[in-house]
Design a protein around this ligand. Sequence first.
Ligand SMILES: NC(=O)c1ccc[n+]([C@@H]2O[C@H](COP(=O)([O-])OP(=O)(O)OC[C@H]3O[C@@H](n4cnc5c(N)ncnc54)[C@H](OP(=O)(O)O)[C@@H]3O)[C@@H](O)[C@H]2O)c1
Length: 270
Amino acid sequence: MDLGLADAAVVVSGGTKGMGRAAAACFAAEGARVAVLARTPDVLDETVAELRHLGAADAVALRADLTDRAAVEAAFAEVGERWGELHVLVNAAGPVDVGIARFDDLDDEEWLATFDIGAMSAVRCVRAALPLLRAAAWARIVNVSAHSTKRQSAEIVAYTAAKAAMTSLSKNLSLSLAPEGILVNTVSPGSFLSEGMRGYLRALPPERHADPDSLTDAMRIMVEDFGHPAQLPRAGDPSEIGPVIAFVGSRINTYMTGANINVDGGSDFC
Ligand SMILES: NC(=O)c1ccc[n+]([C@@H]2O[C@H](COP(=O)([O-])OP(=O)(O)OC[C@H]3O[C@@H](n4cnc5c(N)ncnc54)[C@H](OP(=O)(O)O)[C@@H]3O)[C@@H](O)[C@H]2O)c1
């Protein structure tokens, strides 16, 4: 199936690791121009090399911290100078390591930090990207939220609230941008063995027996710590969600907007 992405201009925030990187790889394999936005220079460079190898017509590293408005604006200004248009914006950056605590254990600073990366990061990217999306012949926005917004856990309150804000933003944007033909959708992952998840598993004490490369251990720990089971008895690999994000962000998605798509191994039915 041709996704109609050849030469499309794509920005993936958080595109250097985990699910964002898996999505960036899919766009590259379709011959899109792909910019990945993240903070760590050597990982950015290594990702860009891989994207070129996979078939990206052009691949760019955008180094920016999404909690820094000026840095985000500068990154999209660079995209504007290079491409003058943007067909697809994927907001897939963190959080993965903030806001994971019970209500009694979080202070204002932790709440604000969680919302900064969990919701405001997408606000900043959409604001900076909109003139470029409007300049393109067709445009899509894909926001990566979290299935935990639908299945709450008391152990993970601020993270989940920030992701719920992102989901709400996504729905509202789909409404306001529909008249312009810009389609906005949410993809909600369940538990995925990303770099962020590996970091969580590595930080556990040895008696938890959490192999950071094991999909089944990752799922077991998510059930033990957050009560997040799935029908499939394992976490997902990022390569299993990249194609979903690429399709939702593609030119051949012409009638889906305001949707919130679960990619979660069947968590809704547990
Ligand atoms: N993994 C899961 O089980 C899971 C489940 C539900 C939802 N999610 C959500 O899915 C998305 C992807 O998660 P993931 O686990 O695949 O992520 P990941 O492997 O931890 O990768 C996170 C990416 O975001 C970038 N990033 C983080 N903070 C940033 C910042 N302040 N500024 C710019 N870039 C930043 C990272 O690069 P640098 O560190 O170099 O900046 C990296 O490219 C996240 O929004 C996460 O909340 C994850």
